[in-house]
Design a protein around this ligand. Structure first.
Ligand code: NAD
Length: 243
């Protein structure tokens, strides 16, 4: 492990345009379950599969069940950033890290103080009426009973990308541009199994690709360095190497 941490430290020292691309595994150390680990949300019991509840069509056909699940499982307002979030904020402040591209919807990178965040799948903190587009606060959604409803009478939808919905072209283009210009890409806490987020790696042509994930991914073979370990612990060891 020590050898890998030293290698990672040397990569960070030699690179000036680093991009971090992360997923749910970044926030598990803040107490938010991911989807696909053995302790993840998919492993827990619920009447419907999570993939089904989080489909766009399910939201429109069964908003009552959707919001029951949403309030029970996705209210992470009380969660705090962990070492990974704050480490990335520091790396950005040092001018090394140019962007965080995240699949997470929990707002923890913002809470940690990072500035250049591209949220591919939206955020629970943004909510809008499906009819008149009026914006609503996150507390309004989680504190409402049954289906949160706009003053115009239509349901309010969290501005998150549900299964079956397309990512914003603008957001995707921004992410592609950052990755194309990067000399180092650190991928962390993602199974890289969600399309089209997982296609982003193909735009990277820089010097160093690093993957830090508890489990193997299909992209491990393309990386210069792979670490199968908790990302927060990896970054703690890294910070001891004065990175
Ligand atoms: P995923 O659940 O498919 O994969 C998470 C990966 O992270 C797993 O491979 C797991 O081994 C790894 N992991 C878990 N804890 C880790 C840790 N401490 N250190 C290193 N690796 C760790 O997640 P995904 O790839 O992000 O895709 C799932 C989708 O679900 C995304 O679209 C995401 O938006 C959404 N999601 C978001 C949150 C959140 O906002 N916190 C939580 C669950 C799911």
């Amino acid at each position: 492990m020590d050898e890998k941490i030293s290698l990672l430290a040397s990569y960070i020292k030699e690179c000036e345009n680093i991009v971090f691309f992360g997923g749910a595994g970044v926030s598990t150390e803040s107490g938010i379950p991911d989807f696909r680990s053995k302790d993840g949300l998919y492993s827990q019991d619920y009447a419907f599969s999570f993939e089904k509840i989080l489909r766009s069509s399910f939201f429109y056909l069964n908003p009552f069940v959707f919001f029951d699940f949403y309030r029970n499982k996705m209210d992470v307002r009380d969660k705090e950033p962990n070492f990974t979030h704050t480490f990335l904020t520091t790396l950005e402040e040092k001018g090394k890290l140019k962007a965080i591209i995240t699949q997470n919807i929990d707002g923890l990178h913002e809470k940690a103080g990072s500035k250049n965040i591209i949220s591919l799948h939206g955020s629970i903190y943004n909510n809008y009426c499906i009819k008149c587009n009026k914006r609503y606060d996150v507390n309004f959604i989680f504190e409402s009973k049954k289906i949160p409803t706009c003053s115009c009478g239509f349901p309010i939808k969290p501005d998150i990308v549900l299964y079956g919905e397309e990512l914003s072209i603008h957001t995707l283009s921004l992410a592609i541009e950052k990755i194309k210009n990067a000399d180092m890409l650190i991928v962390g806490g993602t199974s890289l199994s969600v399309f089209p987020a997982n296609t982003l790696l193909s735009y990277f042509h820089g010097k160093r690709l690093v993957i830090i994930n508890m489990e193997k991914t299909d992209f491990d073979k393309d990386a210069h360095l792979v670490i199968h370990h908790k990302i927060g612990e990896v970054f703690k060891l890294l910070s001891q190497k004065s990175v």
